[in-house]
Ligand binder design. Structure first.
Ligand SMILES: Cc1cn([C@H]2C[C@H](O)[C@@H](COP(=O)(O)OP(=O)(O)OP(=O)(O)O)O2)c(=O)[nH]c1=O
Length: 196
């Protein structure tokens, strides 16, 4: 697949870049730096959409004539918003909290184009196996939990913690590809079959 125009990915996440590349979109990376603190009593879906919109908006201000895409991923447990772990001890607490039960992963997308903004939200239910303390300790020691919402990356060793998923694998990884194509289509970026 290929596109007719290059966009800006307002993200420092290597996973998002990898996923966008997977569907043949041409892009440049300009990470956004925003305050990611949830507002008091902010609902999870509102929070991730606000974050995605603020990331895209911050970069769109610098590049007003470009199409700018941003995303935000949070893990939701009983309505609580879990972002990235603060440290490795926190990562262990998070994984113990996910063990043997299901949670939701919310990824919001925002695209700024022609002075307009469009949003999409992906909600995926993920069911975790019961994890032993040894599994949690060795996974956290590997460093893979450090920079990921909910302290796990489905695309790495934690893939074997996931018993069942209902929704979008790419959404859990940080960039739901179906919704990305829908949004880019709204912004006039059509995904085309590659002619290589
Ligand atoms: C749940 C889960 C999250 N993640 C990652 C995706 C995101 O990079 C990260 C969630 O943090 P985000 O705050 O959404 O994104 P980010 O800070 O990494 O990047 P940016 O704001 O610049 O776009 O967790 C995985 O890679 N795999 C998973 O299974």
């Amino acid at each position: 697949m290929g596109t007719n125009k290059s966009i800006i990915l307002a993200s420092g996440s290597p996973r998002r870049a990898e996923l966008l590349q997977q569907i043949g979109v041409e892009f440049e990376i300009v990470p956004a730096n925003i305050d990611e603190t949830p507002a008091p009593n902010e609902q999870a879906a509102d929070y991730v959409q606000r974050m995605a919109r603020e990331k895209a908006s911050a970069v769109a201000k610098e590049f007003p004539s470009q199409v700018v895409l941003a995303a935000d991923t949070s893990v939701i447990v009983d309505g609580e918003i879990w972002g990235k772990p603060l440290d490795r001890q926190h990562a262990k607490v998070m994984l113990a909290g996910l063990s043997g039960r299901s949670h939701q992963v919310l990824t919001a997308l925002a695209v700024f184009y022609d002075g307009d903004v469009a949003l999409e939200l992906n909600v995926t239910d993920v069911s975790f196996a019961t994890l032993t303390a040894e599994q949690i300790d060795s996974y956290v020691a590997s460093g893979d939990a450090d920079d990921k919402a909910g302290a796990y990356g489905i695309q790495g060793a934690a893939g074997c913690f996931v018993k069942h998923l209902n929704g979008s694998y790419s959404g859990v990884m940080g960039l739901p590809l179906y919704e990305t194509a829908v949004l880019l289509g709204k912004a006039g970026i059509m995904l085309e079959p590659a002619n290589e």
